[in-house]
Design a protein around this ligand. Structure first.
Ligand code: G4P
Length: 322
């Protein structure tokens, strides 16, 4: 079962974002540096058009520094895009954000041509934390201005630098299966949308190859070299046993073990981890795009048949495909 996540309240903001976009010069997308591909909103390109983009890889303090460097290079190579890495401990994020945005839109400066920036990101990515840091001493918050809805907020980071906040953002259907699991593992997805044991097993698949030493250290596992080739179920059961998640009769409580693994990853007790590389993510995206194209092809075929005697099971198939 893949993760499906439709955060209803986020739909409300799509219209607001499209409306606001008309007057925006740079779009900042906050990403989780531990999943810099999966935490990017695939609908953003459609909503932002040709606007310049700043990708902020947040929580870099808990991400793998080598992989962060790789992701920054990957995003920086994209047209009209700059990428920086930040974390909550960064004492001067405002200066770095302002500098990067100004470089992206050098023609916007001065009171008559202020730089207008929109910031968005998935839940739990750290947007409120960053906004609070930004609001700090320097910035003035303004809200009751024509055209700014209640759900938006404008912060003046400098006299000619406006930052517009969006409380949430529409997320389309999750088509990259692995991406859905990584989002769930990070805590961005509502608890009711997934099964913890399933997500923990997928998390272990992503961890055991690049980070066997971190798993061995945290859970006191022997034979670190054998961890990458262990079955995920065996690994989860072993972790459960080591952490005392055992039921009467000696069976491992896999649900408890799953909770332990997820909590340890989310709170970074496991160590500095990035779940995906740009190359892996590109590959998953290509597979997902192929599957989506196939789905669309089948759908078109079915609707072609429509005229020549459509059957009830065709309708059912369409419904399932959508
Ligand atoms: P959101 O507005 O995007 O939903 O996210 P928010 O700022 O509420 O941050 C979500 C969690 O991520 C918070 O932890 C916050 O402390 C943590 N966080 C934000 N930025 C960073 C960062 O750069 N590095 C690290 N390591 N953590 C960060 P929490 O446990 O949910 O709450 P709290 O008790 O820490 O406030």
């Amino acid at each position: 079962m893949a993760i499906q996540w439709f955060p209803g309240h986020m739909n409300v903001t799509k219209k607001a974002i499209i409306e606001r976009m008309k007057e925006i010069d740079v779009v900042i997308e906050m990403l989780d540096a531990r999943l810099p591909g999966s935490s990017a909103n695939p609908m953003l390109a459609e909503l932002t058009g040709t606007r310049k983009k700043l990708k902020v890889l947040n929580k870099q303090d808990v991400a793998d520094p080598e992989r962060t460097t790789e992701w920054l290079a990957w995003y920086n190579a994209q047209e009209g895009t700059q990428a920086i890495a930040l974390d909550a401990g960064d004492t001067a994020p405002a200066q770095r954000l302002i500098k990067a945005c100004r470089e992206l839109a050098p023609n916007r400066h001065g009171m008559d041509k202020p730089l207008r920036v929109l910031i968005c990101g998935i839940p739990n990515v750290g947007k409120s934390t960053l906004m609070n840091t930004l609001v700090g001493k320097k910035a003035a918050k303004t809200g009751d201005e024509a055209g700014i809805t209640k759900i938006e907020q404008r912060i003046n980071l400098a006299s000619d630098f406006y930052l517009f906040d969006t409380p949430g953002m529409l997320w389309p259907k999750i088509t990259i299966e692995k991406g859905g699991y990584h989002l769930a593992a990070s805590g961005a997805v509502g608890r009711n949308a997934y099964d913890e044991e399933e997500v923990a097993l997928e998390l272990l698949t992503s961890l055991k190859g690049p980070y066997p030493h971190l798993l061995a250290a945290r859970y006191k596992l022997d034979k670190v070299n054998e961890i990458p080739s262990l079955h995920d179920e065996v690994l989860l059961a072993e972790i459960g046993r080591k952490r005392g998640a055992v039921m009467t009769g000696g069976r491992v409580n896999l649900q408890k073990a799953a909770e332990i693994v997820l909590n340890d990853f989310r709170s970074a007790i496991l160590g500095r981890i990035t779940l995906e590389t740009p190359a892996e993510f590109e590959q998953w995206a290509a597979v997902a795009a192929e599957a989506e194209a196939e789905r669309q092809r089948k759908k078109a075929e079915r609707s072609k048949k429509k005229g020549s005697g459509r059957r009830a099971d065709d309708d059912a198939a369409d419904e399932q495909a959508d």
